[in-house]
Design a binder for this molecule. Sequence first.
Ligand SMILES: Cc1cc2nc3c(=O)[nH]c(=O)nc-3n(C[C@H](O)[C@H](O)[C@H](O)COP(=O)(O)OP(=O)(O)OC[C@H]3O[C@@H](n4cnc5c(N)ncnc54)[C@H](O)[C@@H]3O)c2cc1C
Length: 454
Amino acid sequence: MALFRKIKQTISLLRNVDLDALGKISQKIDLPQVMAAVGELDDRQLQGLMKMLKSQSKKGQHKLPPIDGDFYDLSLKLSPEQREIQLKVRNFMEDEVKPIANDFWNRAEFPHHIIPKMAQLNICGMAYEGYGCPNQTFLMEGIMAMELARVDVSISTFFGVHSGLAMGSIYLCGSEAQKKEWLPKMQRMECIGAFGLTEPEVGSAVAGGLGTTCRQEGDEWVLNGQKKWIGNATFSDVTVIWARDEVSNKVKGFLVRKDTPGFTAEKMQDKMALRTVQNALITLSDCRVAEADRLQKCDSFKDTAKVLKMTRAAVAWQAVGCSRGAYESALKYTKKREQFGRPIASFQLIQNHLVEMVANLTAMQTLCFRLSELQDQQLLTDEHASLAKVFCSMRTRDVVSRAREVMGGNGILLEYDVARFVADAEAIYSYEGTKEINSLIVGRAITGYSAFVS
Ligand SMILES: Cc1cc2nc3c(=O)[nH]c(=O)nc-3n(C[C@H](O)[C@H](O)[C@H](O)COP(=O)(O)OP(=O)(O)OC[C@H]3O[C@@H](n4cnc5c(N)ncnc54)[C@H](O)[C@@H]3O)c2cc1C
């Protein structure tokens, strides 16, 4: 009879259990271990424990909910290993970058001293196979871009140029020998890369009209022209330069090593966004590059576009990170800041801004999550990547401006972080294809008509 009663009690207990909540708890604590420990308590000890928990939960009723921009708990979809990588990167950004981010941004300098510690995270070439790369998913690559941007969009951009654009060009367009030479040392961040496509006179129209030229002379190529906006190029060990062949008119890619005669990179001054990123104006004057350093698997701009398609998804995730950083800072601020004797977070109009922010952020995150799933299933198209880039960079402008608004005057002070996100959102909006260019790509896909100027 006693056994029957116990079974009945257990069944009625289980009926009351919120299985979803239990699932969430089991992600955070070792549930079997806790159950085993509870099982060893006698009745009196159990009653004492229940009393204690009840009184703690009553106290907790007055606690404010945690600040977290992952409203739909997307991180629960990650495996424990992936979650560990995410938290490792978050800790690095919070401990090593956040304390210095505003200062370096203000001085427009790059914090070179963080590179060795960043290398230890082992996140370069996240989704690439071989050559010392982690062989993780593109979803993780996106999550990384978000985590870096959540604290500092400049560091996320430095990383995206190195690991995405530069390593990605070699990974997709390099020969086996080129991959073996460059990728392992770039993965360890012993060697930093840059990516030179945009020019002073040619931005959106790079697909059809590069002004930088290359001409073959024996087993060398001669490069002439200029590149503008090239991130990391003032200190990079290798810069991928895209140039138009004077004979075939086709685009070719070159690995231009640091200190090559005829290659100069001048730091661009007075940017109002991503000030920590070192963007350069590159001049190529009869710059000679060996045929062995021409990207052997690039035959035309179509190959360059493959690199851009791969990295555009990470830029959409960067926008998520920028929004998340701004939203989390603003939410924290509104809970602390009091006016009229109450936290401003308790005002209806402030809550309206916060809800608009978290709604946009959640829409962006879920969209990017699906985008990365498509990428991991090798189903990603140009228009998928472009739609995410357009949507996320537009919504980010809205989120950061609301974040700035709920902070009043402090919203324009660097020390409150949001001002930096407001400025940096402008760079995300324009690079890796402007809103108009990415819209034209999506528009062509959904209507069947190309509205590009030919
Ligand atoms: C901070 C930053 C970092 C960057 N880093 C790099 C880098 O590392 N490497 C690199 O190669 N490049 C880099 N870029 C360059 C970036 O990719 C270009 O800025 C971008 O492609 C737009 O080119 P553009 O600035 O010349 O604008 P433009 O092409 O001159 O465009 C000006 C305006 O005209 C619109 N427009 C152009 N064509 C059309 C059309 N057909 N229909 C409708 N509207 C149109 C554009 O959308 C835009 O609004 C960076 C840019 C920034 C701002």
